[in-house]
Each structure stands twice: as structure tokens, then as C-alpha cells.
Design a protein around this ligand. Structure first.
Ligand code: OGA
Ligand code: NI
Length: 369
């Protein structure tokens, strides 16, 4: 992989002052990475160039042809349930990631959702810019790089974020380009999420309603990502390696690829499967399961072709004021298996995660006992 030498790189990165100026100028365009590509750039701006230590990771991409588990959910309410629970337990303990098929969300709806995201990002700038913000408390946010001013290098991606539950938005608060499809998708993904929390409860040896009763399925946000084609994909990333700050993520990705999961110190491709949804355990589920279920690091490579579209549904309640505290579930701790984490509220966890930005370190460490 072509990597700029460290000498070139420090010159390219320039002083902190220049960098801040460049970040601000990029932010002020309110048209994100897509705006740069639309303007016809052929070299990526310095603010996107990653420090050498990150590129070592990228160049060590031992892309072995192993796949994250694909779980067929057909028969989940009948004969196959125990088998599915077993598959989910194994995948969640060893990979933290799996794909599901026959999950009950119509494939045509998945295709429509991807088109809806394209429509939002590809509409005239003036309409889209109305939604541009860095206020992480807003329920509808269009931005590029939520951690733009904290991270060492910006990601080659733009994002549209909205909170869908438990306090649904009024339909007019959502952009017309994707309003209806977002509402419809949200309904379906709530149903699938609820089923997955039942199965995960059973996988932990708990009552099927256990995680639902803890409000894990109560809220969700949708993050629609737009990864424009990148002229120098070896110098930057689509998304820095991170784990998700929620209970569970259901991810829809298009056919382009680039998502990778860290498994036994190797980056493994999460190959697109049309009609499938990717499911991964979030930090909060690792915390309450006392490390039984794993919230695993993942990242997205930049790609010469694109755009790549993905929609991450984060099950979290941080937009719903709640003082409920989450710590390791008491049934899962014992004399020989002590609680590994302090209790926290969802909002405290997210606030810490967002203040840190995507720096490649797990937010969970901060809550370890
Ligand atoms: C995320 C994420 C992956 C992707 O939103 O947290 O990891 O494929 N997205 O966009
Ligand atoms: Ni993620």
C-alpha cells in the first residue's frame, strides 16, 4: 500500500494552527466531503491524511477470506429458536458481529432506504445545508465528522443523524427527501431489534424479556452515512476504528464494501450480502453482560469507487432523559466472576464517548472497576 514517508507526512500535516484553519474552512462549507468531491479535487486535503501509526494498521490488512457468521432467522418463533439462540450466542461471544437473513424486514424496503439516503445527500446543497450542525443535542443533524475538531485525522464520510424513538420526531422535522422511508424503516427495525434483544437475553440464560425490561430496545437513532469516492484511498479512512456506544447496532450497507471487523488481531471484511443486515454488540451490552458479549472494533476503508451508503441503527436512549443506571447484570456475576464495570447512565456513557471522539480506544476502559 502506498504510504507517504513520515518526512513528507509531517510537512503535509503542517502546524496545529494551519490545521485548525483548514478544519474550520472545511466545516464552514457545510457541504462535507461530498462537496470536495463535487468540486473535482484529485488529491485529498491534509486534514484527512492519517498519521503514520494508523497507516501501519491499514497496510497490515491481512485480508483472509473468513466471514463473520451469517444467521438465518427463519423459524425464530418456532422450531429453530434454540438453534438461532446458540448461533447468536457463539457469534456475539467470539465475533461481536454477525449478519442476519430472513429477518422480517422486506428487502425492497432496505433497497428503498439506501435510495432515500442518496436522495438526501444528492439534493441541492442549499436544502441540505439547512440541517448542517455541530450541536450533538439536536435530534436531526447533518454533518461531516462529529469529532472533526478532536480527531487527529478527519474521516472520508458525511453523516445524517436522526433520533427516531422513544420520542418520535414530527414528520415535518425530517427532510422531505427521506421522511417516509425513515419512518417506515424505523418501524421495521424496532421489531427486529426487539426480537434480537429477546434472543440475546436467552443467549445470556435470562428470561426472554430481560433486556427489553431494562429498556435496551426502548430508543434508537439512525445514522445514515455517505462515503464519497476517494481519489487517494490509501491515505485516509472512511471511518476510524471504533466500537459502538450503544446496546446494539443493526447496520444496513450497500454493495460497495469496506467495512472491516477486528478479529484475533486481523481486519476481516464484512462482505456485503444483498438483503442481509449486519448486527453488532455495542459497548453498553458488553458492560451489562459483564464482558460475556463483545463490543468489537470495526472501521471502514476509503474506496476509489462510490458513494458507499450505510445506515446504522443505534439502540440507545441517550436522547430520552433517564436516571436509570446500568451495571453488570446481577444474574451474570458471582463470587468467581466479579462485576468488571461501574454503574453508569446511558447519557453519562455517551457524553464521555463523544468527548473522546473516535480515537481508536474503547470508552469501556473508563468505566472499568
Ligand atoms: C457506525 C459504523 C459502519 C459503516 O456508524 O458506527 O461503524 O459501514 N458504521 O458505515
Ligand atoms: Ni460503528
Amino acid at each position: 500500500m502506498a504510504i507517504a514517508s513520515s518526512g513528507d507526512l509531517s510537512a503535509a500535516i503542517g502546524s496545529d494552527h494551519d490545521r485548525l484553519k483548514d478544519l474550520k474552512a472545511f466545516d464552514d462549507t457545510k457541504t462535507g466531503v461530498k462537496g470536495l468531491v463535487d468540486a473535482g479535487i484529485v488529491k485529498i486535503p491534509n486534514i484527512f491524511i492519517r498519521p503514520p501509526e494508523d497507516m501501519i494498521m491499514t497496510s497490515a490488512s491481512d485480508l483472509i477470506d473468513i466471514r463473520i457468521p451469517i444467521i438465518d432467522m427463519e423459524g425464530v418463533e418456532s422450531d429453530r429458536r434454540l438453534e438461532i439462540v446458540d448461533e447468536i450466542r457463539n457469534a456475539s461471544e467470539s465475533w461481536g458481529f454477525f449478519q442476519v437473513v430472513n429477518h422480517g424486514v422486506p428487502v425492497s424496503l432496505l433497497d428503498e432506504m439506501i435510495k432515500g439516503v442518496c436522495r438526501f445527500f444528492e439534493q441541492p446543497d442549499e436544502v441540505k445545508m439547512e440541517y448542517y450542525t455541530r450541536d450533538l443535542k439536536r435530534k436531526v443533524q447533518y454533518s461531516s465528522n462529529f469529532d472533526l475538531y478532536q480527531s487527529t485525522a478527519a474521516n472520508w464520510r458525511d453523516t445524517f443523524f436522526c433520533v427516531m424513538a422513544p420520542d418520535p420526531l414530527e414528520s415535518h422535522e425530517l427532510p422531505a427527501a427521506c421522511r417516509e422511508i425513515k419512518m417506515e424503516y424505523s418501524k421495521h427495525v424496532t421489531r427486529l431489534g426487539t426480537t434480537l434483544f429477546e434472543l440475546l437475553s436467552e443467549a445470556l440464560g435470562l428470561d426472554p424479556n430481560y433486556l427489553k425490561d431494562m429498556d435496551c430496545a426502548k430508543g434508537h437513532t439512525l445514522l445514515s452515512h455517505y462515503y464519497p469516492p476517494c481519489p487517494e484511498p490509501d491515505l485516509t479512512l472512511g471511518t476510524t476504528h471504533h466500537s459502538d456506544p450503544d446496546f446494539l447496532t443493526i447496520l444496513l450497507q450497500d454493495h460497495i464494501g469496506g467495512l472491516q471487523v477486528l478479529h484475533h488481531n486481523q481486519w476481516v471484511n464484512v462482505s456485503p450480502v444483498h438483503g442481509a443486515l449486519v448486527v453488532n454488540i455495542g459497548d453498553l451490552l458488553q458492560l451489562i453482560s459483564n464482558d460475556k458479549l463483545k463490543s468489537v472494533e470495526h472501521r471502514v476503508l476509503a474506496n476509489r469507487v462510490g458513494p458507499r451508503i450505510s445506515v446504522a441503527c443505534f439502540f440507545t436512549t441517550h436522547f430520552h432523559p433517564s436516571t436509570r443506571v446500568y451495571g453488570p447484570i446481577k444474574e451474570l456475576v458471582s463470587d468467581g466472576n466479579h462485576a468488571k464495570y461501574k454503574e453508569t447512565t446511558v447519557i453519562d456513557f455517551i457524553t464521555y464517548y463523544n468527548s473522546k471522539g473516535l480515537d481508536g480506544k474503547s470508552a469501556l476502559d473508563h468505566f472499568k472497576l
